[in-house]
Design a protein. Structure first.
Length: 401
């Protein structure tokens, strides 16, 4: 058991270091965009990247979680990873096509300038797919530091290009190109570091089988990203680019704070599928308690520290209020992560999916009704209410099981 906890801590540390560098550089570039180009340009960039983020989750589709679960039960390493890579490349091509068709239909704040640059941004989905596929092996074999290296190198290159663009030629096209180039580097480094396990030898039967096995987790992740990103899309259509930029700015900060539960469960999940039920239950209980405490502390620190946003650029008072509204919901996010993966680890995928589908439906309806009148404030409040619904649903499912 001591080895298990030590492994979780080590692997979580690798992810946190990578995220600290990546998210830190992202925040630096975001601050420079806000300071030098204004929230308007960042708002248009946010409209582009939010759809790309949906594509990232769509191609995830729970494939890595299912692959790790399959490997944990004795599956062949080479064949499994090949199936993951080929399946995700096919999903990436499909996601790029669908999202480019979808963005054309959006009106309001999705101007011709935003639509014209979206294809370049969407190519990052393919690169992210390659990186995520190799990461399945890094995760199972507990080689998280290789994944961290790929993320750090790509983040440095992408951020350097973004800074160059901001200082010498600030434009939406330049920023999107820099972002896509960063993901290209991440994919390239990951393939190089995982070349011994990398393979493209698969067949349609195994691809269909993998998609079928991962369908439950994939549906959960899609419902989750809809619940998380629908507000920004609706804001992009209904409100000004400046308001979208301010909300997108604080949400980036919010997402950085959420890395702790995400990466903790990324490290814990491979162990949960290998351990007996009693040992796995102990890890889940200890992890949930620790994350609850961290979530409360993170909420307090974020709420108190929000006014410091005014140091970045005058006129960000709305961002301060938005960050405080989001901060209140942090404990919910910290606790839902272990509850969700506990249920998935015991193959209660459909129960989890039900909770997320209800939450996603609520989020879309609530934002459609309230954002036209209350804007980003409504989006922030609805984010917290949506996560509370997810938490209550997962608690019910856990109690029932």
């Amino acid at each position: 058991m001591h080895h298990s906890y030590k492994s979780i801590v080590n692997n979580t540390l690798a992810q946190l270091v990578a995220k600290f560098v990546g998210a830190g550089l992202t925040l630096v570039t975001t601050i420079y965009i806000i300071r030098l180009a204004g929230p308007g340009l960042f708002g248009d960039l946010t409209k582009t990247l939010v759809l790309v983020a949906i594509g990232f989750t769509a191609i995830d589709f729970g494939i890595n979680a299912e692959a790790v679960r399959h490997l944990g039960r004795g599956g062949d390493k080479t064949r499994t990873l090949a199936d993951v890579v080929v399946t995700r490349l096919l999903l990436s091509a499909l996601a790029v096509s669908i999202l480019n068709g979808f963005v054309i239909m959006l009106g309001g704040g999705y101007t011709p300038a935003v639509k014209s640059v979206f294809f370049v941004g969407s190519i990052a989905i393919i690169f992210q797919g390659l990186y995520t596929s190799i990461n399945a092996w890094f995760q199972f074999s507990e080689q998280y530091w290789k994944s961290a290296v790929a993320t750090i190198v790509g983040s440095v290159i992408g951020s350097a290009l973004t800074i160059w663009c901001i200082f010498f030629s600030p434009s939406l096209w330049g920023l999107v190109y820099a972002n896509t180039a960063g993901y290209l580097v991440i994919a390239g480094v990951a393939i190089y570091l995982g070349k011994d396990a990398f393979s493209l030898t698969s067949n349609p039967r195994r691809i269909v089988s993998l998609l079928h096995r991962s369908l439950g987790i994939g549906a959960i992740l899609l419902a989750s990203v809809v619940a998380a990103k629908a507000d920004t899309i609706i804001l992009g259509v209904q409100r000004s680019a400046t308001e979208v930029g301010q909300y997108g700015f604080v949400y980036r900060i919010f997402e950085v704070i959420l890395v702790v539960p995400v990466f903790t469960m990324n490290a814990a999940y491979p162990l949960l599928v290998k351990l007996e039920n009693a040992a796995a239950a102990k890890i889940v209980k200890a992890t949930t308690t620790s994350l609850l405490v961290l979530g409360v502390l993170a909420a307090l620190a974020t709420y108190v520290g929000a006014p410091y946003l005014s140091l970045i650029r005058p006129g960000l008072g709305e961002s301060i209020t938005l960050l405080r509204l989001l901060a209140v919901s942090l404990p919910f996010f910290y606790v839902t992560a272990p509850l969700m993966w506990k249920l998935i680890g015991t193959r209660r995928d459909m129960s989890v999916l039900g909770a997320y589908m209800i939450a996603a439906t609520f989020n879309i309806m609530a934002n459609l009704l309230t954002i036209p009148h209350y804007g980003a404030y409504a989006a922030a409040v609805n984010t917290g209410l949506t996560e509370l619904i997810i938490l209550l649903g997962l608690l019910y499912c856990s109690h029932k099981s």
